[in-house]
Ligand binder design. Structure first.
Ligand code: URA
Length: 446
């Protein structure tokens, strides 16, 4: 067996055996297979796909590439949550404190941004002092004490995924069902939770652009979870526009705090409530969906979830006062306001319209707008700027007046801001009539 032949076998469309997959995963993790050969292999998988058996073998090889976390030291049913990646998706920062305030322990391993999408670890690093690397012992102790901890993947938890994730991020090999399913499920299996709730995004800002592909990805992951003896639920949710009002690391932490202070944007709260309800049910803490929804609403209304967020931030060394006083966060030095007329100028015939509505959004472009501002990585070595991003004042279906602010872009570099502005205004399509809105939660696969 050698790497060259395995790349060629996959490139030519053949299925690989369990040992062949393990050879690639182990060789790459140990540094015997270099990045350039693994990149070629990933691209071959991207184009040729993998069957269900190969995907499961890949997942298990990745899960076994390092240690598995032992969460038996935490009492109760541990439920984990993971999103397939979106733009403005800060639901983990909302759901974790809600769950913990309701007595459901959440021990969460999170990732960094991937492609045009954001990552929870990058977001949390925007909080001054916040530490995302915890030893296993401290991680478990914090979940027992506070009810909630988030850590970056430790060096030895699914290290194959850690290396592959960083390589996929910069080689345009993210949006592949076997690669996403194995990446997510290998981490979740290694991280040891009893039950897993997956947020599978679909739409222009998701890796799965169609509902059909999202269903395939969801079913693949639910099947892997079942084979591994973990109760797994997948909720398919909309990603045809950013989720909530903020895109960008620090801006998203601020928005999550606002949500727990009772000022959450409608769609963001609906997705968060839905995922949290499935987590409560999986933990055996809700009689039914209505019961779960009532408990979640009360956790936010009473302020308990927000208090839990502060406790969690302080436990990981972060400045919890930031969550009440946003002036304590570092800020971008430049901003650019996008008005309604800047968007209408991009549309043909718009000068004849009586009214204009936001109708469609190329949400991947919105993610790329944040990335070019400096909020994401173009190479493995890129440092990201946590202060930059976008604040949205309008959403799909909203009427747009020429002088109204649609969004504000934040950056630290004039040239990047100009490029971001060009991308942003081209990302929206307007219509003369109010468009029909899509649901934010499509379906649940169990
Ligand atoms: N999240 C992950 O952890 N991996 C992916 O491949 C996509 C989203």
């Amino acid at each position: 067996m050698n790497t060259y032949e395995l790349i060629m076998k996959k490139r030519n469309g053949y299925a690989l055996g369990r040992e062949e997959i393990a050879y690639m995963v182990d060789g790459f993790t140990a540094g015997r297979i270099p990045d350039y050969q693994m990149s070629a292999f990933l691209m071959a998988v991207y184009f040729q796909g993998m069957n269900a058996r190969e995907t499961t073998d890949l997942t298990l090889s990745m899960a076994d590439s390092g240690d598995r976390l032992d969460l038996t030291g935490i009492e109760g049913i541990k439920v984990d949550k993971h999103s397939t990646g979106g733009v403005g998706d800060k639901t983990s920062l909302i759901i974790g404190p809600v769950m913990a305030s309701l007595g459901v322990p959440v021990a969460k391993m999170s990732g960094r941004g991937l492609g045009h999408t954001g990552g929870t670890i990058d977001k949390l690093e925007g909080i001054p002092g916040f530490c995302t690397s915890l030893s296993e012992e401290n991680f478990i102790a914090q979940v027992n004490r506070v009810g909630f901890a988030i850590a970056g993947q430790t060096a030895n938890l699914a290290p194959a995924d850690k290396k592959l994730y960083a390589l996929r991020d910069v080689t345009a090999t993210v949006d592949s069902i076997p690669l996403i399913a194995s990446s997510i499920m290998s981490k979740k299996l290694a991280a040891g939770a009893d039950a897993i709730v997956l947020d599978v995004k679909t739409g222009s800002g998701a890796f799965m652009k169609t509902l059909e592909d999202a269903r395939k990805l969801a079913s693949t992951m639910v099947e892997i979870g079942k084979l591994a003896g973990r109760k797994t639920t997948a909720v398919i949710t909309d990603m045809n526009e950013p989720l909530g009002n903020a895109v960008g690391n620090i801006l998203e932490v601020q928005e999550a705090a606002l949500c727990l202070r009772g000022q959450g944007e409608k769609r963001l709260m609906e997705v968060s409530r839905n995922l949290a309800a499935h987590m409560l049910e999986a933990a055996g803490r809700a009689k039914n969906t209505e019961d779960a929804a009532g408990q979640i609403q009360e956790a936010v209304r009473s302020g308990k979830a927000f208090e839990k967020m502060k406790e969690f931030v302080a436990a990981q060394g972060g400045d919890a006062e930031c969550l009440e006083d946003f002036s304590r966060f570092p800020k971008a030095s430049l901003s650019r306001t996008i008005t309604g007329s800047m968007l209408t100028k991009q549309q043909e015939n718009a000068s004849d319209w009586r009214e204009a509505y936001l109708c469609e959004c190329d949400n991947q472009e919105i993610g790329m707008t944040s990335l070019v501002l400096g909020g994401g990585r173009l190479t493995k070595e890129s440092a990201i700027d946590l202060t930059v991003g976008i604040r949205l004042k309008k959403h799909l279906g909203d009427r747009i007046l020429p002088d109204e602010t649609v969004a504000v872009l934040y950056g630290n570099d004039e040239e990047r801001l100009l490029e971001a502005q060009k991308r942003f205004v081209r990302a929206y399509r307007l219509s003369e009539n109010r468009p029909e809105l899509r649901p934010v939660v499509y379906e649940v696969i169990q």
